[in-house]
Design a protein around this ligand. Structure first.
Ligand SMILES: O=C[C@H](O)[C@H](O)[C@H](O)COP(=O)(O)O
Length: 236
């Protein structure tokens, strides 16, 4: 059972939550892409939904699948968001932003009555932080902002390094909103709420990838022999 098969299994369970007439938030990343493909199949079979994509990549994928789209200006309240995650803990706290879409993802998730995470079970952790925490920052004053983020880490009892994200060709990554990403390599985050508050207090931080109190449930798929077994954390 490959990782793509597990992602597809989690996405397939999530697609069953979608009902006719729903206003959907549609996430970003490889697991969300599996969801978009399955949603496209249902749309072509007659399901009537409208989606708000959380990135330009997801917008393009949805258009290819024939999924009707709107903006949050046109449709500021959503029924359900389905999105992936880089880490999920037992309290449904998340790290997101491995694909640099965290700002739009958080705006869309908070605009939704429900957010459901889809992931392979390797994303389930006891303590958040092994995955580097993405922080989206304004380009203006990025050196000073990086220093201030380092100081915020110490104040939240975290240790580690702050590294600007580059792509595989060595170019600095820019988000869909034209901002930079700092990856906080921490190993563990002992108090995510404290770190969240410290990061928000830094001028220049646009958003961070800690999603706290936002997700309602997580659909996690793991392999059992040749089968994918899906479990649910929280309530669907
Ligand atoms: O910015 C990207 C997102 O937060 C993704 O949802 C996250 O990185 C998980 O992606 P994947 O499903 O590819 O592991």
């Amino acid at each position: 059972m490959s990782a793509p098969d597990l992602k597809r299994a989690a996405a397939a369970r999530a697609v069953t939550l979608v009902e006719d007439g729903m206003r959907l938030g549609i996430g970003t990343g490889s697991t969300a892409a599996a969801f978009v493909a399955l949603l496209g199949e249902r749309v072509r079979a007659g399901l009537d939904v409208v989606g708000v994509p959380t990135s330009e990549a997801t917008r393009v994928a949805c258009e290819r699948e024939g999924i009707r789209l709107a903006t949050l200006e046109e449709m500021p309240e959503l029924d359900l968001t389905i999105d992936g995650a880089d880490e999920v803990d037992g309290d449904l706290r998340l790290i997101k932003g491995g694909g640099a879409a965290l700002l739009r993802e958080k705006i869309v998730a908070v605009a939704s009555a429900r957010m459901v995470v889809i992931a392979d079970a390797s994303k389930r952790v006891e303590t958040l932080g092994a995955f580097p925490l993405p922080v989206e920052v304004n380009l203006f004053g990025i050196g000073a902002t990086t220093r201030a983020v380092e100081k915020a880490l110490a104040e939240a009892s975290c240790t580690g390094e702050v590294v600007r994200r580059h792509d595989v060709s060595g170019r600095p990554v820019l988000t869909d909103g034209g901002h930079a990403i700092l990856d906080l390599r921490l190993g563990r985050i002992p108090d995510p709420e404290a770190l969240s508050a410290r990061l928000w207090a830094v001028p220049g931080v646009v958003e961070h990838g800690l999603f706290l109190g936002i997700a309602d449930a997580a659909i996690l798929a793991e392999a059992a022999g040749d089968e994918a077994v899906v479990s649910v954390l929280g309530r669907l």
